[in-house]
Write a protein that binds this ligand. Sequence first.
Ligand code: ZN
Length: 169
Amino acid sequence: MAILKILEFPDPRLRTKARSVEKVDAALRQLIDDLFETMYAAPGIGLAATQVDIHQRLLVADVSADQTDPQVLINPQILAKDGTQVTEEGCLSVPGFYEEVERAEHIRVCFLDRDGVVVENEFSGLLAACVQHEIDHLDGRLFVDYLSEAKRQRIRKRLLKDRRLQAVV
Ligand code: ZN
């Protein structure tokens, strides 16, 4: 197992659209274990492969308080959405910032599990918000994209200043 390096906004690699996973094999399961280890160590409740610079459609999540509800979604596709909820979201790629984002309250998702079996499942509440947030990552989208341009620029400047980096985008 290994803790992977998490990319931070505004790193342009976070804008990459991930490709579908073609084979669920031992190497992919190793990556899944590493994603969980990285997410739990951070600590966070969700992590998409995009965030560790691996551009395959794969995400992990666990919104339980005691790390007892690990979820793996490979090639996730949202089939249906219902209701709305506003959640205060954070992101391991946007450290230190929390903002309200509106998303569907319930979603029905089709995906492959860690054995490569097709699963259809419904998620609600925090887990639904988390899965939508992580699927956004796979499409190169970040939660700051839902905020005003002014707010997003403030966050960007703060993070760049914190890292003493020059803007690249
Ligand atoms: Zn995130």
